[in-house]
Design a protein around this ligand. Structure first.
Ligand code: CA
Length: 221
């Protein structure tokens, strides 16, 4: 028994997947298509995708945001969990990466739920605010350039409703956040600053989960 989170060795991780993972065939195929990509490590783990899908169902989300799509596994996971009239407003700057995922969104029958906006996410989110969409979203997933996380967080906090949920990926950053970072390590320093800020942020309820590379859940009060 353990009173803290277990470290997962390979047999235990395989056990978790074998006894929990329920992927749509398009999800399995998209993971396989991403595996050979030089930046495949940017893809969320399948158990994280399934967990986020469960969260989306738990809160009855219809309108969701994603900042950082990569090849589209997380958007696919969320879209599959949304009702037929649900939407993922998916922000990314890369046509090259997102192009890999789009056929799998089609195969899963959810392409119509995913509204891909290619361009700077901050501009896309600001445009949503200017269009009167503050408080209209139920869920947001932030998984993009770490130095801009704080800006994404503040914009998402305006865009999600009270009771809505913001999930922030890579908050443990391979464990590096627990150690002093050199001044030029902007990603680690940005994550450390955000983790510290959120700990005492009275606008949210908070949980930092040791799933994947660290996933913070922030529920807007
Ligand atoms: Ca990530």
């Amino acid at each position: 028994m353990s009173s803290r989170t277990l470290n997962l060795d390979d047999p235990l991780y395989d056990y978790v997947l074998a006894h929990s993972l329920r992927e749509h065939p398009a999800q399995t195929a998209l993971r396989a298509a991403t595996r050979a990509h030089p930046r495949a490590g940017m893809q969320i783990s399948p158990e994280q995708g399934q967990f986020m899908a469960l969260l989306v169902r738990l809160i009855g989300a219809r309108q969701t945001l994603e900042v950082g799509v990569f090849t589209g596994y997380s958007a696919l996971s969320v879209a599959l969990a949304l009702p037929p009239d649900g939407r993922v407003l998916a922000c990314d700057i890369s046509d090259e990466f997102t192009r890999i995922g789009r056929p799998y969104w089609q195969d899963a029958g959810v392409a119509g739920k995913i509204d891909l906006k290619l361009g700077a996410a901050e501009a896309t989110l600001r445009a949503e605010l200017e269009a009167g969409q503050a408080g209209r979203f139920d869920f947001a997933f932030i998984d993009a350039d770490k130095s801009a996380y704080d800006a994404y967080y503040e914009l998402c906090l305006l865009l999600v409703r009270p009771g809505g949920l913001i999930a922030i990926d890579n908050v443990l950053w391979g464990g590096s956040v627990a150690h002093a970072a050199p001044p030029d390590d902007h990603d680690t320093r940005a994550l450390q600053a955000l983790n510290t800020k959120l700990h005492s942020d009275a606008r949210i309820d908070l949980s930092l989960l040791p799933i994947g590379d660290g996933l913070t859940l922030a529920r807007r009060r």
